[in-house]
Ligand binder design. Structure first.
Ligand code: SF4
Length: 369
């Protein structure tokens, strides 16, 4: 059996908490005649729960549902196709995080475009893309801005850098998403029964614990902000179970060495300085009002969508069910393509490509041989 791998703490502690969690889950089952269902909202939590063996160890006790927290996975097909079309001009260099390279568009991938000679570069930060723009002033340099509240402040830092250094050939193709609107969407639509949330650790680091209090105050469900090691995940699940058993709804910070009540005020200031709320389209869902951020009017000269006119084609339909996976409606093996036509080497949808995707996590750590 794959067992709890926890490099930072004793696996003995993890095993002890695991037994407590199982006991609390049994109490829940006795009380409510069903197993508890918690959603992890963050793609890094999805991967950590699978990698550490926590999800597998608890599969008969707790339904751990992967939510819409992988930025590549929630980006809709039309947006992915637009980004790939952007590479077609010869006057430009496209910069991106590595995860995007193999995401299937309707008519190819960034990797294929690169193999056809397009100048596409993987960078670790959008600020690297600003540097590339400074060194290549005869070209337009576009960074593909995909991400949640953890990425948006870094995009702001890149715009600040470009503005201060008067880098006019740099722009961002914005496709950012916000956590609160998608959680409200899920909670209002009640497509899945949920008893609480593992609240994302990294987004909370920026936005703060209080940002997520609406889960308890308005929807009367508990939430625990969790770290990413086995012992931290198990501790957070224990706290979630205790609150559900006591029918006590609070949003608790179980990641206190990283997350504060108010979050990172500096990061939030710069996010709001360069960006304002906009409607965004989510894979498998459609447009959710005010669920993303776009470049403010006064900085639109950094907006790639304003600089380049990209003809948008209708996305090609496939049997990929990523839209249902990210809403927690199905588990990856319920997709007929999982592990057959769709594997990490031959991905059909983004959830199999991304390092935070549910299908990739399931394929790598949960699949029965
Ligand atoms: Fe999409 Fe592949 Fe996941 Fe199916 S297994 S939902 S095709 S990524």
């Amino acid at each position: 059996m794959q067992w709890l791998i926890d490099p930072s703490t004793s696996s003995k502690i993890s095993r002890a908490i695991l037994e407590e969690v199982k006991e609390l889950a049994k109490q829940f089952q006795n009380k409510f005649q069903r197993i508890p269902a918690f959603m992890e909202v963050c793609g890094s939590h999805t991967m950590a729960l699978a990698r550490t063996g926590v999800k597998k160890a608890l599969q008969d006790y707790i339904r751990l549902i992967s939510g819409p927290g992988c930025p590549v996975c929630v980006t809709d097909q039309a947006a992915i196709d637009g980004m790939i079309s952007l590479t077609h001009g010869d006057d430009r260099i496209i910069c991106t995080f590595g995860d995007m390279m193999r995401v299937p568009g309707s008519y190819g991938t960034l990797m294929q475009a690169k193999s056809e000679g397009k100048d596409i570069r993987v960078v670790y930060s959008p600020i690297d893309a600003v540097r590339i723009a400074e060194q290549n002033q005869q070209k337009e340099v576009v960074f593909l801005g995909i991400g949640f509240e953890t990425t948006i402040p870094i995009l702001a830092a890149a715009l600040k850098e470009a503005e201060e250094n008067e880098v006019h050939n740099f722009s961002i193709w914005m496709s950012t998403k916000l956590t609160e609107p998608i959680l409200r969407y899920l909670l209002n639509n009640k497509e899945v029964v949920l008893d609480g949330f593992l609240v994302p650790g990294h987004v909370s680091m920026v936005m703060g614990r209080k940002h997520f209090e609406f889960i308890a105050k308005e929807y009367h469900l508990p939430g625990v902000i969790s770290g990413f090691e086995a012992v931290e995940l198990l501790s957070s699940l224990r706290r979630l179970l205790m609150m559900t058993l006591e029918q006590n709804a609070l949003v608790i910070n179980d990641y206190q060495n990283v997350v504060s009540d108010e979050g990172n005020k500096y990061a939030k200031y710069w996010m709001n300085h360069y960006f304002s709320l906009c409607d965004e389209s989510w894979r498998g869902i459609g447009i959710i009002a005010q669920s993303g951020m776009n470049i403010r009017e006064e900085y639109r000269h950094f907006d790639a969508k304003e600089k380049f006119s990209i003809p948008m084609r209708s996305p090609r339909k496939t049997k990929c069910r990523c839209g249902e996976v990210i809403r927690g409606l199905i588990e990856p093996p319920e997709c007929v393509l999982f592990g057959k036509a769709c594997t990490p080497l031959n991905p059909i949808g983004p959830c199999m490509v991304s390092s935070e995707g549910s299908c990739a996590a399931y394929y790598q750590y949960m699949r029965e041989d």
